[in-house]
Design a protein around this ligand. Sequence first.
Ligand code: GDP
Ligand code: MG
Length: 203
Amino acid sequence: MKIDECQFDRATVRAEDEPRSLAGDVVFLGRSNVGKSSLINALLGVKGLARTSNTPGRTQTVNFYKVNRVHFFVDLPGYGYARAPKSIRSQWGPMVEGFLERRREAIALSIVLVDARHEPSELDRTMLTWLVDRDIPRLVVGVKADKLSGNDRSKSERSLKTAFETAEGGVAPFLTSAVTGYGIGELWRHVDEALRAHRDRDL
Ligand SMILES: Nc1nc2c(ncn2[C@@H]2O[C@H](COP(=O)(O)OP(=O)(O)O)[C@@H](O)[C@H]2O)c(=O)[nH]1
Ligand SMILES: [Mg+2]
């Protein structure tokens, strides 16, 4: 997709404040600080559009970016930040699960980010299970690939493939870097394909 226009649309906490879906949405999931906002910026080619942070556990809103007037790229609150206040941690599950329930039909693709340097966590697997159970199209990417050597990249990709092969039932996981742009072209191909499939389904 050629990006003609993208802008921050809104940040929501309550379901009733969410925008109505126009065409397919692309949603970003992963633990706090994994690199969701950075990946959105890298995909859209706009530095600083989605706010990135060194302080994990800050984004507790659902952030909507409007792309080419019809698509929403949605930055969801991150999980697994142990030091976040308990009130925030207990909100996360219902908030994200509720979002996925409500928007199941609107989601063309959900992208689950896992740090390429680490083994996927229990929460990453739970996330995948939620998506599989709701039959939401999904893709796992190993992010921050720039932090690995070529050899470790291959290893990481293999272990992600093993970890998610049964749960995923679709495209095999691959690596990306928001810093170098590694894998961003491949990710765009999958996003485009998912948006096309979503549109065809609605015809
Ligand atoms: N080296 C490297 N750092 C990254 C990459 N993506 C994100 N980061 C850094 O990781 C931290 C968290 O990123 P952010 O996008 O805010 O994560 P979020 O909490 O998932 O939205 C920031 O310091 C980013 O600069 C990447 O691809 N490579
Ligand atoms: Mg963020």
